[in-house]
Design a protein around this ligand. Structure first.
Ligand code: TRP
Length: 338
């Protein structure tokens, strides 16, 4: 965990989020969700954006948007986010946040928008025949997600670093272009908190991803988890070792068991030894199901009360609106708007 956060957790505001495109899985859990809960328990103020407009960057319509949005709230609460202390909101529900996009867009050049490596990658993998304007500009929109509440820390994976750089650039240029009469600056320059956990692979050995059908959803039941892990790719070497470079699939399962049991992957591999892939899969299935049992139990409780999920989101949206209105008022003031 970041030293500066540990020293004075109350001095920080964290914002991060997940696109509402499908259920969250174990990769999300070990990569970021768990860490958010730790940050919140340390006393950091937490904002979670469900960036619904960002869904329509690489597809024509946001499929089952309400369902995915509700399920994200559900996964947050199930993994331990305390809704009384966190602000969970969708950016489409916060008009003043979206209005920040206009001045922000004027602060970046078209060449810079084209240069963003993550956007380039998404364009390369998009199934759309033409690149839409939002695809090119959403990193600036993301800057509004982050800056509207003046978050200073943004926990993200590596792919998001170019976007964080855009946010930092927008904050710096805005502050330079529109100095406040009393000398203070409007926006902090947000810093990335890189996800600590190693990347988990999917059951096919590729990157674990919502859209590739190779993930273990957090909300899956124990039998489904067992089935998914049973079908996971392994190799023909009977002795189980942890060697991510030469045995990525087997090592990934070893790592997953280790993360669930809070042990080192080497220990797990050693224990299975010559037991082969079958023993490895038994171990990892038990480890995952055991680790997730309390989370899934909480998930089932929260899932039974959809009204509560909506209430959490309504309260979060309301709070986000109050903050966004105040920031927009400041922006209008330094810009000289009447
Ligand atoms: N772009 C992020 C993703 O694709 C989601 C996101 C939107 C986000 N706004 C954000 C992440 C603000 C961190 C901070 O996963």
């Amino acid at each position: 965990m970041d030293e500066t956060v540990r020293r004075d957790p109350g001095a920080h505001r964290v914002l991060t989020g997940d696109r509402p495109t499908g259920p969250l899985h174990l990769g999300h859990y070990f990569g970021s969700l768990r860490n958010r809960v730790r940050l919140q328990r340390l006393g950091v103020e937490m904002f979670l954006v469900i960036p619904d407009y960002q869904v329509i960057t690489d597809r024509d319509v946001a499929d089952r948007l309400a369902e995915h949005t509700e399920n994200l709230v559900l996964d947050y609460l199930a993994t331990g986010i305390d809704a009384d202390r966190a602000t969970i909101f969708t950016h489409s529900a916060v008009p003043a946040l979206n209005q920040l996009l206009l001045p922000f867009l004027s602060l970046v050049s078209v060449a810079e928008l084209h240069r963003n490596p993550t956007v380039k990658d998404e364009i390369a993998h998009s199934s759309q025949s033409a690149v839409n304007g939002l695809m090119l500009t959403y990193p600036v929109h993301q800057a509004a997600d982050i800056l509207f509440c003046k978050a200073d820390l943004v926990p993200v994976g590596k792919d998001q670093l170019p976007h964080l750089e855009v946010s930092r650039t927008v904050a710096r240029r805005f502050n330079e272009r529109y100095p406040h009469p009393d000398g203070r600056t409007v926006f902090p320059r947000p810093r990335a908190l890189l996800d600590a956990a190693p990347l988990l692979l999917g059951t096919d050995g590729g990157k674990m991803s919502k859209s590739r059908g190779n993930s273990i959803p957090l909300g899956a039941d124990e039998d489904t988890t067992a089935r998914l892990l049973k079908g996971a790719k392994t190799d023909t070497d009977r002795r189980i070792t942890y060697d991510p470079a030469t045995r990525p699939e087997v090592s990934n399962l070893v790592l997953l068991a280790a993360l669930c049991q809070d042990r080192t992957p080497e220990e797990v591999a050693e224990e299975i030894g010559d037991g082969g892939a079958a023993a490895l899969k038994r171990t990892v299935t038990e480890a995952v199901n055991e680790h997730l049992r309390p989370i899934r139990a909480r998930r089932a409780d929260f899932a039974a009360d959809r009204g509560h999920l909506r209430d959490v989101l309504r309260a979060g949206n309301e709070r986000a609106n109050t903050i966004a209105d105040a920031t927009l008022a400041e922006v209008r003031e330094v810009m000289g708007s009447l």
